[in-house]
Design a protein around this ligand. Structure first.
Ligand SMILES: *Cc1c(COP(=O)(O)O)cnc(C)c1O
Length: 373
């Protein structure tokens, strides 16, 4: 084993603009003494994000999970919802928080997103919606999913937590579905420390969502629904406004890192870089590789080897959501129902990718993968 002389490299690191640039925002908050409840910075960030992402309406949230829970409530989703086992656990948790039964459907081997060809067989009279995830920011087959939703009169809510800034042929990927939900958690491409948002198609839906995230208050004396407290604070909104000024630079660096990894790892036997599949502008939020039988080490042995070299990767998404105790009793959670997701989750490693990662860091990671024989 190598001595751990090199500094640690983590799978991600939040992007922090210069501290002095944040001070003027804080001064504004201190002067105004408006700390939350849809203050001016909150409104400014909603407007700025609509413009940046190319969408019509955005409702900001304290985090992505509350946004998911609220999105399901806004559309009054009940019964059963079809979703993917290959995601962060909050996707399915948002269903349980609404008393909805998740129905897991397997993923596509190339995109690692919900396989549209397997959705129809999972629809029952109780099915009311589909909750797909644009995993790693790779867009789902939005046309095929829309086609199925139209035939069976289902709503579609996209968990777009990984897809900030991703564009497909008709503009922002967030324009698809009845609603799209974003996360601005510290580990995401665009962060507000904690935060999230719902992208909605019309002003009326945004209004309902704005009520729901504020206890259901429609005005000072009227409560229209048992809403939650999901509001984003002024501090988080301020950080978002600052971060937005740096986002293009951050995305450009992510793209460069992606290209180096791809060029250096493409020829390594047994390693497959998960594509940027299809015609879309990617955000390089993650750099997943799949470790195959041709590689000299197992996935877990490579994970450990990297760790021994002070490189901390993550096995996203392992275990599958459907393997956690609150889900594994569901008939759709059976591993025989989800062969592709099971296979991928046992082979995946996400490599470090974030704007401050240096070229030296990247080559340290690559050389450990290369020297495994
Ligand atoms: C991060 C994430 C969430 C949850 O977002 P938070 O802001 O952390 O609550 C939901 N779904 C997916 C796919 C995520 O990656």
């Amino acid at each position: 084993m190598m001595p751990m002389s090199n500094p640690p490299i983590y799978v991600t690191q939040p992007y922090l603009p210069p501290l002095e640039d944040f001070i003027p925002y804080l001064a504004q908050i201190w002067d105004r003494k408006i700390l939350t409840n849809g203050g001016p910075l909150h409104q400014q960030l909603e407007t700025a994000l609509c413009e940046y992402l190319g969408v019509d309406h955005i409702a900001l949230f304290a985090n992505g999970t509350l946004a998911l829970v609220t999105a399901l409530q806004a559309l009054r989703i009940t019964g059963e919802v079809i979703t993917t086992p290959y995601s962060f656990v909050a996707t399915a948790h948002s269903l349980l928080w609404n008393g909805i039964k998740p129905v897991f459907v397997d993923i596509d081997r190339e995109t690692l997103n919900l396989d549209p060809q397997k959705i129809e067989a999972a629809i029952t009279p109780q099915t009311t919606a589909i909750l797909p995830v644009h995993v790693y920011g790779n867009p789902c087959d939005v046309e095929a999913i829309l086609g199925i939703a139209d035939i069976y009169n289902l709503r579609v809510i996209y968990d777009a937590a990984h897809a900030f800034g991703v564009q497909c042929h008709c503009g922002s990927v967030m324009r698809h579905g009845d609603l799209s939900v974003l996360s601005f958690h510290a580990t995401k491409v665009f962060n507000t420390f904690e935060g999230g948002a719902i992208v909605c198609p019309d002003a009326k839906t945004k209004q309902r969502i704005d009520y729901l995230k504020n206890f259901g208050f429609a005005d000072e004396v009227t409560v229209v629904a048992p809403g939650i407290n999901g509001k984003m604070s002024e501090i988080n909104a301020a950080f978002g406004l600052l971060q937005l000024q740096h986002i293009d630079q951050a995305l450009a660096r992510r793209r460069d890192i992606d290209q180096i990894y791809r060029a250096e790892l493409e020829g390594v036997p047994g390693i497959r870089c998960v594509g940027s599949i299809g015609q879309h502008i990617a955000n390089h939020a993650y750099f997943p590789i799949l470790v195959g039988p041709d590689y000299p080490l197992s996935r877990d042995a490579l994970y450990q080897r990297l760790k021994d070299h002070n490189i901390y990767t993550r096995r996203y998404f392992y275990p599958l959501i459907s393997d956690f105790p609150m889900y594994r009793g569901l008939p759709s959670a059976a591993r025989s129902n989800l062969p592709v997701a099971v296979d991928i989750s046992e082979r995946v490693i996400c490599l470090p990718i974030y704007p401050a990662l240096t070229d030296d860091d990247i080559y340290r990671v690559i050389s450990v993968i290369n020297r495994a024989n």
